[in-house]
Design a binder for this molecule. Structure first.
Ligand SMILES: NC(=O)c1ccc[n+]([C@@H]2O[C@H](COP(=O)([O-])OP(=O)(O)OC[C@H]3O[C@@H](n4cnc5c(N)ncnc54)[C@H](OP(=O)(O)O)[C@@H]3O)[C@@H](O)[C@H]2O)c1
Length: 327
C-alpha cells in the first residue's frame, strides 16, 4: 500500500516536449499524474534546476547516451525539490510531507519541470542544512559532479592544492566549498569581477578572473612547485594555458560535456567522468553540507511559462545556478 497526501491532484502541469528540438518545443501541458512503484516517491515539486545540459537533452542529445527509447510527452529536469506527496510501500526512510530534494537524469516517468515527479527513492534525500527548497532543487547534479570529481576522480588529499576552473559556475561554486571542506587549498578561476567577488566570499584561498587576469602567472605564485590537481568545468585556450600551472604528474578531471576538451601541455593524468550519484555519494554530500554554512547560489528564477527564457539565460553570464519556480 502506498502512503498518500490527502490533497494529491489527478494531473500535473508540466513543460513537456512532443518531439526533440529547439526552444519552441518547450510546451506547457496537463499530463496524468505519474504512478509510483514500490521503490519510488512522488514529489510535489516546488523548484527545479535548469541544468547547463538541459538544452542538449531538449535537442535529443542524451538518447544514444542513455541507451533507452525516449517517451513523449518528454518532461525535462534532472534536479528538483519539494515535499513528498506519496511514498512507495518499500520506502520506509521517508514519509509524506517531508521536505526533500532529488535527481534523476532522463527519468522515464518524467523530470522535474512539472508540478509532480515520480523518482526512484534512492535518489531522494531530506533537504540538508539550512538550504531553501529552491537552493536544494538546483543543487544535486552539479554538487554530486563536483564531489565525484574531487573525491573519486582526483582523489584529493588534505593539504593538497586544487585549481577549480569555472569556479563561479554551477559545478564550480559548489566544488570550491566542497574542496575546502575536504581540506584542500583552493585556487579558483572565476568569470568576471562579479565572479571573483562571489567566489572569494565562498572561502577560496586565491581567486582570479579567468576572463582578464594572467591566470598562469598568479597560479605559479600561489604554488611555485605546481598545483596538485584541477577540476575543469569550462574548456578553451584560457583553460589549457592555466593548466600549465599543474605540476608534472598532477591530475586533471573534467565532467563529460566540457567543450572543447581540456588539453594540458604538461605531463598530467587527465580523466573525463560523469557525476553519477548513488546513495553513498548523496549521503556524503549531505554530511559535507551539514558540516557548516554552505551556499548554493541561485542567480535567476523563472516560472514554468518562462522556461524558454531560462534556457536562453544559460548562455548569458551568470553566477551559480538558474531555477524554475513551480509552486
Ligand atoms: N557529465 C556529467 O555528469 C555532467 C554533470 C553536470 C554538468 N556537466 C557539464 O559540465 C559543464 C559545466 O557545467 P556547469 O553546470 O558548471 O556549467 P556553468 O554553470 O555554465 O559553469 C561553467 C562556468 O565556467 C565559466 N567560464 C567559462 N570560461 C571561463 C574562463 N575563461 N575563466 C573563468 N571562468 C570561465 C563560465 O562563466 P561565464 O559563462 O559566466 O563567463 C561558467 O560560470 C557543462 O558542459 C555541463 O553540461 C556534466
Amino acid at each position: 500500500m502506498t502512503k498518500t497526501a490527502q490533497s494529491k491532484e489527478k494531473s500535473t502541469r508540466a513543460v513537456a516536449l512532443d518531439r526533440f528540438g529547439g526552444p519552441e518545443t518547450l510546451k506547457i501541458q496537463e499530463l496524468p499524474l505519474p504512478e509510483i512503484g514500490p521503490d519510488e516517491i512522488l514529489i510535489r515539486v516546488q523548484a527545479a534546476g535548469v541544468g547547463a545540459w538541459d538544452p542538449f537533452e531538449r535537442e535529443g542529445g542524451f538518447v544514444g547516451i542513455l541507451n533507452r527509447e525516449p517517451r513523449f510527452p518528454y518532461v525535462l529536469g534532472t534536479d528538483g525539490a519539494g515535499t513528498i506527496a506519496e511514498v512507495g510501500e518499500n520506502m520506509n526512510r521517508l514519509k509524506v510531507g517531508d521536505r526533500v530534494y532529488a535527481l534523476e537524469l532522463g527519468n522515464p516517468k518524467g523530470g522535474f519541470y512539472a508540478e509532480y515527479a515520480a523518482v526512484n527513492g534512492n535518489n531522494v534525500s531530506l533537504i540538508p542544512g539550512d538550504l531553501t527548497v529552491e537552493q536544494a532543487g538546483v543543487m544535486p547534479s552539479d554538487a554530486l559532479t563536483a564531489l565525484r570529481g574531487l573525491d573519486d576522480v582526483l582523489r584529493l588529499q588534505t593539504d593538497e592544492s586544487v585549481m577549480i576552473f569555472g569556479a563561479s559556475g554551477g559545478i564550480g561554486h559548489l566544488a570550491v566549498q566542497l574542496a575546502k571542506r575536504l581540506g584542500a587549498r583552493v585556487f579558483a578561476v572565476a568569470s568576471g569581477k562579479d565572479g571573483v567577488a562571489f567566489v572569494k566570499r565562498l572561502g577560496a584561498d586565491a581567486v582570479v578572473d579567468g576572463r582578464g587576469d594572467d591566470v598562469l602567472k598568479i597560479a605559479r605564485e600561489f604554488a611555485p612547485n605546481g598545483i596538485d590537481a584541477a577540476l575543469v568545468t569550462a574548456g578553451g585556450e584560457e583553460t589549457d594555458r592555466a593548466l600549465s600551472a599543474i605540476r608534472v604528474d598532477g591530475r586533471v578531471a573534467h565532467p563529460n560535456g566540457v567543450m572543447p576538451e581540456p588539453k594540458p601541455s604538461t605531463k598530467v593524468r587527465i580523466d573525463a567522468y560523469d557525476g553519477d550519484g548513488g546513495r553513498e555519494a548523496i549521503d556524503k554530500l549531505n554530511r559535507l553540507i551539514e558540516a557548516g554554512p554552505f551556499e548554493v547560489h541561485v542567480d535567476r528564477t523563472f516560472s514554468l511559462e518562462e522556461v524558454a527564457k531560462a534556457h536562453a539565460a544559460l548562455t548569458e553570464h551568470h553566477l551559480g545556478k538558474i531555477a524554475l519556480k513551480i509552486a
